[in-house]
Each structure stands twice: as structure tokens, then as C-alpha cells.
Design a protein around this ligand. Structure first.
Ligand code: PLP
Length: 229
């Protein structure tokens, strides 16, 4: 697996997509999604300059945190309340907060270690039944509630697009998240910052950047396809 080559290709595509949209490529952070992949591959990516890694299972994040120090870990997958304890002292950003009870658990655990945990609110913008994420119409209210928690800081929104959409369809989904973040931003809710938009994966990060993504979560284009056993 030629991780250096893959990374260079993804970084070039990010740069080109940003420039095509009249954006500064520096404003798009690449998060290398290393779920299911061995530590040796992560170390390889670190040598190529990667600093941000995403995992979707809390225990896997916790293990890799200990094995690969000095990088930032992102919890990008669904997070159950009883798993918050595994990552609270390890996650730089939790992308997948979609309910008040989950945010309250993060508040409790973060307060106990005197940390303010950065999070994103995950929105089910495409309205798919199976997807996690708060409904778009409920997102502002959830932000208001979470905004009052002193040890949780909302940095922006996250979404996963629907499978099987055309590039135009993905662009529409991502643009809808961008508009929602602007709308919430206008409310000027204390403790709520609409600075980050985490959207776009291997197959759709270019459309996400065109729509305003500040973080793209790319796995298979860097590390190869995943095998689940
Ligand atoms: C796995 C995963 C990704 C990366 O997917 P790829 O298609 O491999 O790039 C991005 N975001 C989330 C939430 C994921 O679970």
C-alpha cells in the first residue's frame, strides 16, 4: 500500500477542489480515517506529515491513541453514551454528537477531568431513515441546549451524505448543511461556534469542499479498501 502516493493524490485533489471553489486550500483539513487499519499504516501516514486521524469505534480509538502518540484523534462514528468514558481524555474532536443525553454524558465526563470537549453536531441532512444524526429542523434547538453545557464546546456541524447520489446530489446535501450552519450562526448562541463543517468522504469530498467543508474524512482513498471480519 503506497500511503505516501495516495496521500499526495488526495491532497492534490483537495487543493484543486478548493481552488476551483475560490477557497484557500489551507482552510480544508484532511482527516485520515484509519478505522480497521493497523498502527503500522498510521505511522506511515504520520511520516508523510498527517496529524489528524479518525476512528469510528471508541475502543479502537483508545488503543491507537496509546500506540501512536502526538497526533489528533477524531471520533467520527456513532458514539454510545456508555462508551464516552473510553475516549474523553483522548479525543481531540467528537464529530458525532446527535442527542442531548449524549452531550450530557460528555459534559459529565469532561467536567471530571477538567476538560472542555470540542464536538460537532451530526445532522441527518439527507433524511435517510438508517442514518444517525439530528433532524435538520431540530438542530438549532439541540445546539441551544448543548451550548449551555460548560464543558462541551460546539465547533460546527457534521454530516454523512446518502449512498448512491450523483455528484450534484451530494453537492446539494452538503450545501444544505452549509446553509443550516449559517442559519444557526446567525442566532449567536453562547458557547456555539459554527466554524467547522465536517463533510465529505473518499467518494464525495470534492463536492463537499465545493460546498464549504472545512474537514474532510477520507479513509479508503488513503489506506485502501477495508476488510471487515
Ligand atoms: C469510514 C468513514 C469515513 C471514510 O470513508 P471512506 O469512504 O473510506 O473515505 C468517513 N466518515 C465516517 C463517519 C466514516 O465512518
Amino acid at each position: 500500500m503506497e500511503i505516501g502516493k495516495n496521500l499526495a493524490a488526495v491532497q492534490l485533489e483537495i487543493r484543486q477542489a478548493a481552488e476551483a471553489a475560490g477557497r484557500n486550500p489551507e482552510d480544508v483539513r484532511l482527516i485520515a480515517v484509519s478505522k480497521t487499519k493497523p498502527v503500522s499504516m498510521i505511522e506511515d501516514a504520520v511520516e508523510w506529515g498527517m496529524l489528524d486521524f479518525g476512528e469510528n469505534r471508541p475502543q479502537e480509538l483508545a488503543e491507537k491513541f496509546l500506540q501512536v502518540p502526538g497526533v489528533r484523534w477524531h471520533q467520527i462514528g456513532q458514539l454510545q453514551r456508555n462508551k464516552v468514558k473510553y475516549i474523553i481524555d483522548k479525543a481531540s474532536l467528537i464529530h458525532s454528537v446527535d442527542s442531548l443525553p449524549l452531550a450530557e454524558e460528555i459534559e459529565k465526563r469532561a467536567a471530571a477531568i477538567q476538560k472542555v470537549q470540542d464536538i460537532l453536531v451530526q445532522v441527518n441532512i439527507s433524511g435517510e431513515e438508517s442514518k444517525s444524526g439530528v433532524k435538520p429542523e431540530d438542530a438549532a434547538a439541540l445546539c441551544r441546549r448543548i451550548g449551555s453545557l460548560p464543558h462541551v464546546r460546539i465547533c460546527g456541524l457534521m454530516t454523512i451524505s446518502m449512498a448512491g447520489l450523483s455528484p450534484e446530489g451530494n453537492f446539494e446535501v452538503f450545501s444544505a448543511l452549509k446553509r443550516l450552519s449559517e442559519k444557526i450562526d446567525q442566532e449567536q448562541i453562547p458557547g456555539v461556534f459554527m466554524e467547522e463543517l465536517s463533510m465529505g468522504m473518499s467518494h464525495d469530498f470534492k463536492e463537499a469542499i465545493a460546498a464549504g467543508a472545512t474537514m474532510v474524512r477520507v479513509g479508503s482513498s488513503i489506506f485502501g479498501t477495508r476488510e471487515y471480519r
